[in-house]
Ligand binder design. Structure first.
Ligand code: IPM
Ligand code: MG
Length: 358
């Protein structure tokens, strides 16, 4: 049966990096079809909305979504509902993509790219499991209101709601425990239970779910301490599970530990193997259209798609091995270039991965 991939390239470097990932997927011996649609600023320019109904419908009915990146400074003055970021938030909400997997792996060839000492990061391999459809990101009510009493009576205040329903915590905890089972068996749940009710609730539920995974070693850490430990001794972590807001912040920090955010893929999954796959980096409008962006994070995101949504784990490994091989061969896009390596363009990097695959 043909599996349909919704291709949503978005803005900035999105189109050029997604093109390379599509080439890689097409080169595999799988029955796939690719249908593209605009999202983000590109969709706003064409249709007046960052997530037009046609693009959303395409994504909803596809086996998987290959997403580039969205955003450009020129949309910063638009009202929130029309900004490019609403495309990714809308897709997460509408497809129920509650589980965000963000691996941070330091490839041995790239150890020097990190701003941390090589001995701190060499061999780093951590997985952040970020809850993606709850928390203060989507909590209601939110807005601006006039205060009716208290010391600031009569003033306006901005407010959002941090919240988690039990089911939301349970299902992300299961994803994280199962990921830890397949890795080194350690799970660290990150919260702010010393201050926040939502976090204390989160912690209690995670402890409850842990009973089903006695072989996984569970620990808990406050988010401020976790931010510190991630730069102090990042290799002490295996899997981290956390809520939407803390996960947003910690996953950027973890990505930077590797020094090569251009290499890091991500997957956002719902309960029925449907997923959205995107590089962890942004749209980089400053280098868009120059054929210099690193396509490897998107190609590695396609590998995650093969594994989690397309039932093709062997091909996933092949793609990951091909990426390792081009790095070992010394090929680097501009972001990772250093003396003694060979600088290649976006499309040449795609060519090289394809050549290894064939
Ligand atoms: C991310 C991004 C998004 C988020 C933005 C673009 C809405 O920072 O995927 O981490 O905050 O989740
Ligand atoms: Mg982020």
């Amino acid at each position: 049966m043909t599996q349909r991939i919704a291709v949503l390239p978005g803005d900035g470097i999105g189109p050029e990096i997604v093109e390379q990932a599509v080439r890689v997927l097409r080169a595999l011996d799988l029955d796939l079809e690719f249908v593209s649609a605009p999202v983000g600023g590109a969709a706003y320019d064409l249709h007046g909305h960052p997530l037009p109904p046609e693009s959303l419908a395409l994504a909803k009915h596809a086996s998987a979504v290959l997403f580039g990146a969205v955003g450009d400074w020129k949309y910063d003055t638009l009202e929130r509902a029309l900004r490019p970021e609403q495309a990714v938030l809308g897709l997460r909400r509408e497809l129920g993509l509650f589980a965000n997997l963000r691996p941070a792996i330091l490839y041995p060839e790239l150890a020097k790219a990190s701003s941390l000492k090589p001995e701190i990061v060499a061999g780093l391999d951590i997985l952040i499991v970020r809850e993606l459809t709850g928390d203060i990101y989507f909590g209601q009510p939110r807005g601006v209101r006039v205060l009716e009493d208290g010391p600031f009576k009569g003033e306006r205040e901005g407010f959002d709601t941090m919240r988690y329903a039990e089911t939301e915590v349970r299902r992300i905890a299961h994803v994280a425990f199962q990921a830890a089972q397949k890795r080194r068996g350690q799970l660290c749940s990150v919260d702010k239970a010393n201050v926040l009710e939502t976090s204390q609730f989160w912690r209690n539920i995670v402890i409850d779910v842990a009973q089903e995974y006695p072989e996984v070693e569970l620990s808990h850490m406050y988010v401020d301490n976790a931010a510190m430990q991630l730069v102090r001794e990042p290799k002490a972590f295996d899997v981290i599970v956390t809520g939407n807001l803390f996960g947003d912040i910690l996953s950027d920090e973890a990505a930077m530990l590797t020094g090569s955010i251009g290499m890091l893929p991500s997957a956002s999954l719902n309960g029925s193997n449907q997923g959205l796959y995107e590089p962890s980096h942004g749209s980089a409008p400053d280098i868009a259209g120059k054929n210099i962006a690193n396509p490897l994070a998107t190609i590695l995101s396609a590998a995650m798609m093969l594994r989690y949504s397309l039932g093709a784990p062997v091909q996933a490994l092949q793609v990951e091995a091909a990426v390792q091989q081009v790095l070992a061969d010394g090929l680097r896009t501009a972001d990772l270039y250093e003396a003694g390596t060979t600088q290649v363009s976006t499309s040449e990097m795609g060519d090289a991965v394809l050549k290894v695959l064939k």
